[in-house]
Design a protein around this ligand. Structure first.
Ligand SMILES: [Zn+2]
Length: 510
């Protein structure tokens, strides 16, 4: 197969070893081919299959850039200013091996991983290519200078940090920067086969330098940089069932790399806040269950990172404490990579970490409360956790407490928070709370301006099996709603203090 860039995309010309009536592109949930057109007359292209009435031995496709980013998939074609990045695996046919060649006009280059069918290849102007810290770095002329500089500086600082901690990267990186991402996300990135790091930016926000965007770039580069080792160089075997392991590791490592490079007490404090936020969100996503019992709830979206980071954090604190600060979670990863050349799984990491809190978190027994153990471990390792619910947490806890007592089990219910009232979503399913009432106060305490006062008043009523009065927005008589179960203060943990995360600059990993 030969790839050749055009003004609008890339032409892919396939030549087959022998005539056939149909060929099929490899099917894989991480592959999408949304903007491909069959050029060859007399054939048809549907559902990843090219077919014809009469046998054919060649065909041509016109590939244009994908119209949208899709969660956890690789774009098949990315615009990079005047050039394009093409994802090799999307072009592989199910019938035998596909080999890839490139045909570029004068002034253009093709840069590809050793096996171009494994990752992204770049086809575009040679002027976009430079060498940065041992990596081939590609950024088109439309990448704002500050952004290109920031990414370069980030790579130059981060890759040596990881190399010192983890050993030489198993792959020579090829870094592709595009500001032509179709969105909707402001930035997305991935590392694909052969060590290709793709960083894609979308929208006006990247046009001019600002400190916040700069910090996002540093963290983003540090996250994707770690995947050169963990993800591509060494493959996760449980990537589908436990994406929190390699994603959590990359996100947590990016925090360590960021602190090693940028340092400072402000950054330490910012990372503590971030850890607290990951902990809260993970507890919410798992609803206090172990990871296998929580199942799908932590296999997608933000929970992958939230829970993943928390697990890496406790493993890190444990390892530092055990080794008298001689080792860290990165030492554990170095051991895992050395021990598992053909890929690693959750069990391999735990074999290295031997972390008791992890045993509970990985338990398939639904009756244990693994988070109690985890919080106790964090506390024992020097983390000061304080329960600090916000008004919204009190409001939510009270309303859900009432809904759970009066709604038919298994029915979806909830509430909407408006600027001066809450509106329950109850239909005819919730006894005295039915009819989607609009409520302004509980026991005289406004839901919006004194959620905590209302919560505490309700606690007293519920403790004595009383009836709560809920004041309605339209001034009609209050709803009287029985409450017979103890109302417990919601657990919303904040990290008040924690051991320093930054690794000592002089640390030589063991
Ligand atoms: Zn990642």
């Amino acid at each position: 197969m030969t790839l050749a860039p055009t003004a609008t995309g890339v032409t892919a010309r396939f030549e087959l070893d022998q005539p056939t009536n149909a060929v099929t592109f490899v099917a894989d949930p991480t592959l999408v081919r949304p903007a491909w057109k069959l050029v060859t007359p007399g054939l048809s292209f549907a559902d990843g299959r090219i077919s014809g009435e009469i046998a054919f031995d060649r065909f041509e496709l016109a590939l244009t850039p994908d119209p949208s980013e899709i969660d956890r998939t690789y774009l098949s074609v990315i615009r990079m200013d005047q050039g394009f990045a093409v994802y090799g695996p999307a072009l592989s046919l199910s019938e035998g091996a596909t080999s890839l060649e490139f045909e570029v006009p004068e002034g253009f280059v093709a840069l590809a991983p050793t096996d171009p069918t494994q990752g992204y290849s770049y086809l575009g102007p040679a002027t976009a290519v430079t060498l940065v810290g041992g990596a081939n770095f590609v950024a088109g002329a439309n990448v704002p200078p500050w952004l290109g500089e920031r990414i370069r500086a980030s790579l130059t600082a981060t890759l040596p940090f990881y190399t010192a901690q983890l050993g030489t990267p198993p792959l020579t990186p090829l870094v592709l920067v595009s500001v032509d991402s179709p969105g909707p996300t402001a930035f997305r990135g991935d590392v694909s086969g052969g060590g290709v790091v793709s960083l894609r930016f979308h929208g006006e926000k990247w046009a001019k330098a600002d400190p916040e965007a700069g910090r996002s770039v540093d963290r983003f580069v540090a996250h994707e940089g770690f995947h050169l080792w963990n993800g591509q160089g060494y493959r996760p075997l449980d990537g589908e069932t436990a994406p929190w392991l390699h994603e959590g590791a990359a996100e947590y490592a990016s925090m360590l790399a960021y602190l090693a490079v940028s340092g400072g007490e402000d950054n330490e404090a910012a990372m503590r806040l971030k850890l607290g936020s990951h902990l809260r969100k993970c507890l919410k996503a798992t609803k206090g269950r172990s990871l296998p019992v929580a199942g799908e709830a932590i296999q997608k979206g933000g929970a992958v990172y939230d829970c993943g980071v928390v697990l890496q954090w406790v493993a890190d604190l444990e390892e530092r404490s055990r080794s008298g600060k001689q080792r860290s979670v990165l030492s554990l990863w170095r051991d895992v990579f050395a021990a598992t050349k053909n890929g690693y799984g959750v069990a391999d990491f735990q074999a290295a970490a031997k972390n008791p809190a992890w045993n509970e978190l990985l338990s398939t027994n639904a009756t244990v409360d693994p988070w109690k153990e985890l919080l106790a471990t964090l506390t024992a390792l020097g983390v000061e956790l304080v329960n600090r619910p916000e008004p919204g947490d009190y409001r939510g806890a009270l309303l859900h407490h009432l809904l759970s007592q009066h709604c038919e089990p298994g029915q979806a219910t909830g509430f909407f928070t408006e600027h001066d009232h809450v509106r329950l979503d109850t239909g005819a399913r919730c006894g005295p709370l039915s009819g989607d009432p609009e409520l302004v106060a509980v026991e005289g305490y406004p839901f919006l301006s004194d959620a905590r006062g209302g919560f505490e008043a309700a606690q007293r009523v519920c403790a004595s099996n009383g009836q709560l009065s809920l004041q309605k927005r339209d001034g009609s008589p209050s709803l009287w709603v029985p409450c017979t179960k103890v109302l417990v203060i919601p657990k919303v943990w904040s990290v008040n203090d924690a051991p320093r995360l930054a690794l000592p600059v002089s640390s030589t990993p063991r």
